[in-house]
Design a protein. Structure first.
Length: 126
């Protein structure tokens, strides 16, 4: 018995299905989130500060007295530009600007998150 597993029509169907799925995923990731208005920074689960994305500024994130991370807010994006952790994965992440995007620095327990809406009138909280 000489049975084929995949014929020409099967390959065409699977190729078309793969293209449709890739287009759906691209659409979801590129166009699903809204632009955020506020950057929320937490350190070790506690609120460190809330900053407007509209104001260009550099935020030094400190533990007791040492600066552990430096976050730059410019052109309505937040980007981690410096960290004292050994792997510096947070520095290599892309700048964030859309709701629910995050930058995480695990060694320093820093989470930077973009949120939207109501808290935009706050400049900073420490």
């Amino acid at each position: 018995m000489n049975a084929k597993r995949f014929g020409k029509n099967d390959r065409i169907f699977l190729g078309t299905l793969a293209v449709i799925l890739l287009m759906g995923c691209a659409w979801f990731f590129l166009f699903s989130g809204k632009d955020g208005t506020v950057v929320k920074i937490t350190v070790d689960g506690r609120l460190y500060g809330i900053y407007a994305l509209e104001a260009e500024q550099t935020v030094e994130i400190k533990d007791e007295e040492n600066v552990t991370n430096t976050l730059k807010i410019s052109q309505r994006k937040a980007d981690m530009i410096k960290a004292d952790c050994p792997d510096k994965l947070c520095v290599h992440q892309k700048a964030i600007s859309r709701e629910r995007e995050t930058i995480v620095c695990l060694p320093n327990k820093v989470v930077v998150e973009i949120i939207g809406g109501t808290e935009a009138d706050l400049d900073s909280v420490t």
